[in-house]
Write a protein that binds this ligand. Structure first.
Ligand code: KG4
Ligand code: ZN
Length: 345
């Protein structure tokens, strides 16, 4: 179905409404001329008791949140639907039921307002979150994108040319945080809690094996198993082992994950000769990783870039900035576009 809509807005000053609903955060953002005016995020707490995101519950929560979240984003930006020049949404990857809520909402709005629709890839948006605030990296740059479902090193040659040059062969870094947190008896999502307890612990208290994976690829499933066996053995000697050593355990696990990530980044810089290095995705909110990137950058002579916290975990601001570049390029979607759970890029 052709989207015969009005694209008459002065391109550079375009006002874009963006929606993100790929997993368990419902978010809406307003971006005018490449500046984010609002980024409203509604978290779903319903999943905590299940130890992970329950897709059916996530879709239902998106249905409840989407109208108030879009309203809040418009109000915070001091604008209204009449001023919107384009509607953007996360098309892939993600939970299909969650994606469908955002996609249907965006498509309906695009049709009703007679404004173009922009489909955004969630992982590209995580990378381009680094273009939201000054100082921005100039192209080309490298980005370590670490989230609950992905761990990638991306070479960004331009906003339109992003290439994955390394990725995990099994679990993502966020999964490594969440799964080890579960072994330590912490609720989902465990990443932020490991970060919190790690601040009071010794990162060298316990040693966990780091995998030897070729090129710029990663593996995290072995870490989870190694933590599991380690805890099983220690608990045989002392039932209270985890409770007594929680900060040291968190600090040591976090230290191992960060070491694996930073080693591969060093390899990527060496191999590509590009020393502008960004991080992105939920795990880039981790204070240990943020500090490690900054200190490695100082030692190695890299320029480093880290998005502010609100643009690390899932948010519509990153969808809006990506949509802005797509608007400039005239890259619009048709109204019969469907979201997809998986998407190569
Ligand atoms: O990007 P994101 O919000 O959603 C996905 O697209 O997956 O990432 C979520 C992941 C979860 O695994 C969560 O535990 C992790 O990011 N995370 C953290 C921190 N904040 C979020 N991991 C470690 N330290 C944090 N501070
Ligand atoms: Zn994400």
């Amino acid at each position: 179905m052709k989207n015969e809509n009005d694209t008459s807005a002065s391109t550079k000053e375009a006002c874009i409404l963006a929606i993100e609903s790929s997993c368990d955060e419902t978010s809406a953002s307003i971006c005018v001329g490449g500046k984010i005016l609002s980024n409203f995020i509604a978290n779903q707490t319903v999943h905590e008791q299940y130890g992970g995101v329950v897709p059916e519950l996530a879709s239902r929560a998106h249905m409840q949140h989407i109208v108030p979240v879009v309203d809040a984003a418009l109000k915070t930006a001091n604008t209204s639907l009449e001023n919107i020049d384009a509607v953007a949404f996360t098309q892939a990857p993600g939970l299909i039921g969650s994606l469908l809520v955002g996609a249907q909402f965006a498509k309906s709005l695009s049709l009703a307002l007679n404004k173009p629709l922009i489909a955004v890839h969630h992982m590209q948006a995580h990378v381009l979150a680094n273009l939201i605030a000054e100082p921005k990296p100039s192209f080309p740059f490298l980005c370590l994108t670490v989230s609950g479902g992905h761990t990638q090193i991306v070479l960004a040659a331009s906003p339109y040319n992003l290439k994955v040059i390394g990725e995990t062969i099994d679990d993502a870094a966020g999964e490594a945080f969440d799964k080890t947190a579960k072994l330590l008896g912490l609720p989902y999502p465990g990443g932020p809690l490991i970060d919190k307890y790690a601040k009071e612990g010794n990162p060298l208290a316990f040693k966990f094996a780091e995998p030897q994976i070729p090129e710029m690829n990663f593996s995290f499933s072995g870490l989870k198993t190694s933590v599991l066996y380690f805890l099983q053995a220690r608990k045989l000697e002392d039932e209270q082992f985890i409770q007594k050593h929680l900060p040291d355990l968190c600090a040591s696990v976090q230290h191992t994950i960060i070491n694996i990530l930073i080693k591969k980044l060093k390899k990527a810089v060496k191999q590509t000769g590009i020393n502008r290095v960004c991080i992105a995705g939920g795990v880039s909110a981790n204070s240990g990783l943020r500090n490690a990137l900054t200190s490695t950058g100082e030692k190695e002579g890299w320029q480093t870039f880290i998005p502010s916290f609100q643009y690390c975990t899932d948010n519509a601001g990153m969808i809006a900035i990506t949509a802005y570049y797509k608007y400039l390029a005239g890259d619009f979607a048709e109204l019969d576009i469907s979201p997809t759970a998986r998407a190569e890029w």
